[in-house]
Design a protein around this ligand. Sequence first.
Ligand SMILES: [Zn+2]
Ligand SMILES: [Zn+2]
Length: 272
Amino acid sequence: MLWPFELHRSYHRRNDIHARFGGQQQGGISTPADAPGIFIFTGHGAGHVGYQDVFETDGSFRYTGQGQLGDMRMISGNRAIRDHVQNGKDLLLFQQTKKGGPVRFEGLYVCGGWEIEQQPDMDGQPRQAIVFTLVPQSGLSIEGEDLATDAPVDLPLAELRERALKAALASNEASPRIALANVRARSKAVRDYVLARAAGACEACRSPAPFLTGTGQPYLEAHHIHKLSDGGPDHPASVAALCPNCHRQAHFGVDQVILNNELLARVKELEK
Ligand SMILES: [Zn+2]
Ligand SMILES: [Zn+2]
């Protein structure tokens, strides 16, 4: 299953989002317990104090966190955004232009980092605000096109693993504005390691990769087990390298839940 939201289409926040997936119906950050995503709302009507949210020219989005008065703290919704990669949650961004009006789906994002910035609170008092740099997941494709043209990564497995773990946890630390390229590099570090770990055989059916790419690498795809969409950095314990058939099955098969649960147990074991 994929998220049922179309880019730039408008939705009714309560009926189309919360009635279906749960999560808080008010405020800027909604964290449903049972859905693999976090809903982020921006815009003056969204009950969100971040009037300084802004889309940057590189496509990234500066999003002010949660907390109406006083200094913001890295708790609840803010922490959920910071930790979404390791918790296997997608970030879905919606924009509201008018209070009570529909919300427009702006796409899936990845938290690239965060920093503290001086901003006025609801009472106009200066305070420390948490500002996240979110980058669009659409720029982070991990599908075959990149893989077929990438130069092979010639590093020992242990080193690739080190890089992948670092990449998965990078958004936990405060960091100044992180460019899209940086998140893409993190995403690639995870993929490189998972493909190396698989050593040329699908981690689901164990068959050898169906073909070699132009650069001589066995062709497998990185599948994010928790997330509904592949792409972005993720913890290696929730990413599997799959042959194209198993990958489609993991997304669309009638037995996808069983398959994903088995995969999760298998890669967790590998990453113990
Ligand atoms: Zn397979
Ligand atoms: Zn996948």
